[in-house]
Design a protein around this ligand. Structure first.
Ligand SMILES: C[S@@+](CC[C@H](N)C(=O)[O-])C[C@H]1O[C@@H](n2cnc3c(N)ncnc32)[C@H](O)[C@@H]1O
Length: 257
């Protein structure tokens, strides 16, 4: 019988962390103002320079503790198009994008623009405004997607490598076609060099009303999404990228805004 040389006993592997149910969940019932701060807390480090380029009424920020981030707010309504931002290349740590998500809201003529009836408030709130071309020049649902992707291209320019892009969107049925906008955005942004880091589903708390229903064809949507992306540095394949923390900002790198 041969002897087996035994080394010193290996230290037992100790698992870190503690058991808890206090975690951020992927699906929520409620409103943007409740969910958005949780998304920031999970994905954007404190002190980050955050550009909200479709700031609107600032609902997203209502419950974000003041001073936690360096917020640069802009909107078409106050003269800044999210497809042509005033920030320098790579100057932004995180960017928030929540443009109009329904094609009807992008129609140039107010008379045919969507958001009638129960959506009357949304109609003015979400509309790009003015009587010009739909953003991107596309028609119907393509106009919605064009705006997201053109803004995504500009976001990529102003974001640092590994920077965070938070996109709010909702799927829609347009011209009797089911348009899974969130899938189209994930696919389109991957082609632009963004890794899909997280996805949140927000379910509205009240039952949506339907003004005139003849026969229901598709499920009435009562949910929307927050998609969280990370900018993959140029030359690296998106398919190989792994979630990583935003590296500390080099001293002296200004926000450029
Ligand atoms: C859904 S609302 C944003 C709501 C906002 N997240 C909030 O918390 O109040 C859409 C906003 O996009 C703006 N918008 C539409 N087209 C735009 C564009 N090309 N560039 C920048 N903002 C645009 C509208 O003026 C509107 O304020």
């Amino acid at each position: 019988m041969s002897e087996v040389a035994l080394g010193p006993p290996r230290p037992k592997r100790v698992q870190g962390g503690s058991a808890t149910a206090d975690v951020v969940l992927s699906a929520h019932g409620g409103g943007n103002a409740e969910l958005f701060p949780q998304i920031l807390a999970l994905h954007v480090p404190e002190g980050a320079v955050v550009a909200d380029v479709t700031y609107g009424q600032g609902v997203f920020w209502q419950r974000v503790p003041p001073g936690r981030y360096r917020l640069l707010a802009s909107d078409l309504a106050t003269g800044t198009d999210c497809r042509a931002l005033p920030h320098a290349d790579g100057a932004i740590d995180a960017l928030v994008l929540d443009p109009p998500y329904m094609e009807g809201l992008l129609r140039p003529k107010a008379g045919t623009r969507g958001g009638q009836g129960s959506h009357a408030g949304l109609r003015t709130y979400y509309a790009a405004g003015g009587g010009g071309e739909a953003p991107g020049g596309g028609r119907w649902h393509q106009a919605v997607l064009d705006l997201y992707l053109d803004a995504g291209r500009e976001a990529r320019r102003v974001l640092r490598d590994h920077g965070i892009l938070i996109v709010k969107c909702q799927d829609e049925v347009s011209a009797n076609r089911q348009e899974l906008t969130h899938v189209q955005i994930v696919t389109g942004l991957a082609e632009l060099g963004f890794y899909a880091r997280d996805l949140f589903v927000l379910v509205r708390p009240n039952r949506p009303g339907v003004a005139r229903l003849l026969r229901q064809v598709h499920a009435r949507k009562n949910h929307s999404y927050f998609l969280v992306f990370q900018k993959v540095p140029s030359g690296q394949p998106v398919s190989r990228y792994r979630t990583r923390d935003l590296p500390p900002r080099a001293p002296g790198l200004a926000d450029g805004g």
